[in-house]
Design a protein around this ligand. Structure first.
Ligand code: F6P
Length: 366
């Protein structure tokens, strides 16, 4: 291996710059050249000036603690459905062949693709189409990449969300309201589960557990009768109402909301207000969960993933994704993760802990 390319794709996650730094430094130490592709695959597919940037020591100096990504990212940069101008309109085109050609022309031996489940699926397809060597590095604040125990960005998002819930307590109690706070997580409830428990929520609604209103109403009224005249409900953006929103089981283990009704927090707050007679408010924490620098934990995980990717390449590995398993960085086949989502196992210790503490998931029997 003499020359590698690296890109960051999909929604950003705190820790991306730490990965770029560790990949660059550990490659340079081995005499390997590293180039960054700007904005997902755009820097390689378009002939924009600066589309490819050399990641030398100077380029990755002082970036480890910064949020975002110095390479920029792309949400709609799938090379198999690449937005391409045709007759004054943008139409999706398969430009994977061209991408692979350009990759080889530039003399790259391997690609380090930093991204979430979508990026891992794309990396796997590129591999099948002839890209020589790909190492995936899993990132997402949602922690839903299959095959790794954790992704970087998740710890940061949970910390921010927990602090937000802490802050909501005082205002919610002062006004004796029910507050519904919506956190990120379309397909998995990891952030809501962890931040909800740590922040002392009274109910946690996650995509993995379709909820009914009755148990949540009961929980709120129970608290009232104990003199606790306020309640906090945490709802993942992908939370679904049992027999309400349409859900479908996909890929065996994933709930996806097919009828996207939008504004989970707003809907839940309205309904709880009507059913309890209490004043309710809702808020969406949104992109604050992704903004800013990583926690120390995420920074370290990102550094370990990046260094691991280069180490495996240097050892002559086959393509794969670096993953955290039992405290170690391992390489797993891309095909094992591509197209799958890691949802919250309902028998995990964290769910059990929440249930034992009396937190409602909206599925308790009457
Ligand atoms: O996948 C990460 C994530 O933050 C999700 O939790 C959220 O649903 C989505 O990205 C938001 O994406 P966008 O930045 O495109 O609004």
């Amino acid at each position: 291996i003499r020359k590698i390319a690296i890109n960051t794709g999909g929604g950003d996650a705190p820790g991306l710059n730490a990965v770029l730094r560790s990949v660059a430094l550990s490659a340079i130490e081995r005499g390997i050249e590293v180039w960054g592709i700007k904005h997902g695959y755009r820097g390689l597919l378009e002939d924009e000036p600066g589309g490819l940037v050399r990641l030398d020591r100077d380029a990755v100096r002082g970036i480890m603690h910064l949020g975002g990504t110095i390479l920029g990212t792309a949400n709609r940069g799938d090379p198999f459905h690449y937005p391409t101008e045709e007759g004054g309109k943008l139409v999706p085109k398969d430009r994977s062949g061209e991408l692979i050609e350009r990759f080889k022309q530039k003399g790259f031996d391997a690609l380090v693709a930093v991204g979430g489940d979508g990026s891992m699926r794309i990396a796997n397809e590129l591999l099948e189409r002839g890209l020589p060597l790909v190492i995936g590095v899993p990132k997402t604040i949602d922690n839903d990449v299959y095959g790794t125990e954790l992704t970087f960005g998740f710890d940061t998002a949970v910390s921010i969300a927990t602090e937000a819930i802490d802050r909501l307590h005082s205002t919610t109690e002062a006004h004796e309201r029910v507050m519904v706070v919506e956190l990120m997580g379309r397909h998995a409830g990891w952030i809501s589960l962890r931040a909800g428990i740590a922040g002392g929520a009274d109910a946690i609604l996650i995509p993995e557990v379709p909820f009914s209103y009755e148990p949540i109403v009961e929980k709120i009224l129970q608290r009232e009768s104990r003199g606790r005249r306020f309640s906090i409900v945490v709802a993942a953006e992908g939370a679904v109402q049992k027999d309400g929103d349409v859900t479908v089981r996909e890929a065996g283990d994933v709930f996806r909301r097919v009828a996207v009704l939008g504004g989970v927090a707003e809907r839940v707050a309205k309904e709880l207000g009507a059913r309890t007679g209490k004043e309710t408010r809702s808020m969406v924490l949104g992109h604050l969960q992704r903004g800013g620098g990583p926690t120390t934990f995420d920074r370290l995980l990102a550094l370990r993933f990046g260094a691991g990717a280069v180490r495996f390449l240097d050892q002559g590995c086959e393509s794969g994704m670096v993953a955290l398993r039992c405290h170690k960085i391992e390489l797993i086949p891309l095909s094992e993760t591509a197209g799958r989502t890691k949802t919250v196992p309902l028998d995990c210790d964290t769910v059990t802990t929440a249930r034992e503490m009396g937190i409602s998931f909206g599925d308790e029997p009457a």
